[in-house]
Design a protein around this ligand. Structure first.
Ligand SMILES: [Mn+2]
Length: 379
């Protein structure tokens, strides 16, 4: 690993923690082989003493110990893996582009896939500002914060992911997000950046779109690596995710690839299935997932600049294509204190289970220029 600003190597340590199942099985097989060899040696020693009974007993005991040991190791490895129960990455999609996007997921999983931010972690007077796909547009991000009258240390900012690529200042966006303590979820481009960074560290070629990762400080890479796939704020009844959620599937059963890639859903006999129509030549274009999402959580997301701003009863899409020369947008939610006060004065009741769309204020600023032309139908 290239030595970064602080010279530490936690990224690789973290990766080690999330070894793919295949590797775990290989290690287990190796252990079993070693045990077999030990067992064979014991058998040999026993035979020279000429006692077949002792030999058989030793073999059985060793085999038992071996099996018990192997089971114990497997159990320990599996229990380590409990945090990531169902991450089939949907590699069966068939489209080579689709699998390309999932280059790093699975070996560079964050320590926390689904982060929860409790009310006690928010400033009581602070608002929630959720910002759409920034893609390196640092000027517009700063202008949007001014437009939002963002107060550092009071308001909570959450980015919907895709911080880099396409736009001109990916490293500055990451640095500013870290400096100001923003939350962010992982977007498909953050994932690609991580995969490219790993390639760079390993001395392998880096795709031209991610050349910027070669300048990325190790601390920034580590920060990027830790971004969860979803952030939930139970007090607001909201979830932030980069691309979307499949209706009727619990958060922890959602496929990781879908969380940062899906745009549409297709209704099947087994329920809804995520699609990324542009990336799947065989896929039939289904409805936008947000149009069939029925809550109860209100989902804020990005990734779908072609549909632009989406305002649904239980979902708000915030990718308004800043890097394509359109706009950078944000949703602003009142502080919990103000939200409670307003709702109590309206109905005298306690907080509704989900956000009312009228509590969500949308702001945006125009892009300074068109930074990127979309030649890649899959991004
Ligand atoms: Mn995206």
């Amino acid at each position: 690993m290239a030595s970064g600003a602080n010279g530490s190597e936690p990224l690789l340590e973290d990766i080690e923690e999330f070894r793919p199942i295949g590797e775990i099985e290989d290690a287990d097989r190796r252990r079993r082989k070693d045990l077999d060899r030990e067992s064979a040696r014991a058998v040999k020693g026993g035979a020279t003493r000429g006692s077949y009974r002792k030999l058989a007993l030793a073999t059985i005991m060793l085999a038992t110990v071996g099996v018990a040991f192997a089971l114990l190791i497997t159990a320990v490895e599996l229990s380590k893996d409990d945090r990531q129960p169902v991450y089939d990455l949907n590699l069966k999609r068939g489209s080579p582009e689709y699998t390309l996007f999932l280059a790093s997921a699975g070996k560079l999983l964050p320590p926390q896939i689904h982060e929860v931010v409790l009310e006690g972690e928010l400033e009581p007077k602070g608002r929630i500002i959720i910002i759409g796909d920034v893609h390196g547009c640092i000027k517009e991000m700063k202008e949007l914060l001014v437009e939002a009258e963002y107060v550092h240390g009071v308001d909570t900012v959450i980015l919907v992911g895709d911080l880099g690529d396409k736009g001109p200042y990916p490293l500055e966006v990451i640095a500013e997000a870290r400096r100001l303590g923003f939350y962010s979820v992982r977007g498909n481009h953050d994932d690609k950046a991580l995969a490219s960074y790993e390639s760079f560290l390993a001395g392998k070629p880096v795709p031209s779109k991610q050349r910027w990762v070669k300048e990325m400080p190790s601390g920034a890479a580590e920060w990027l690596h830790k971004l969860p796939f979803t952030i939930r704020l139970p007090s607001y009844g909201l979830v932030v995710v980069h691309a979307g959620l499949v209706p009727d599937v619990p958060l922890t059963r959602q496929q990781l690839g879908d969380l940062y890639m899906m745009r549409e859903v297709v209704n099947t006999t087994g329920g809804w299935r995520a699609e990324e129509a542009k990336c799947d030549p065989t896929g039939k274009l289904g409805p936008a997932w947000a149009s069939v999402w029925e809550g109860p959580d209100h989902v804020f997301f990005g990734h779908d600049h072609e549909r632009g701003l989406q305002r649904r009863a239980y979902a708000t899409g915030l990718d308004t294509g800043c890097c394509y020369g359109d706009r950078l947008s944000a949703a602003i939610l009142p502080s919990m204190r103000d939200l409670r006060a307003a709702q109590q004065s309206q109905s005298g009741s306690t907080l509704r289970p989900s956000l009312d769309p009228q509590d969500i204020k949308i702001i945006s600023v125009p892009a300074h220029e068109k930074y990127y032309e979309d030649h890649d139908p899959c991004s």
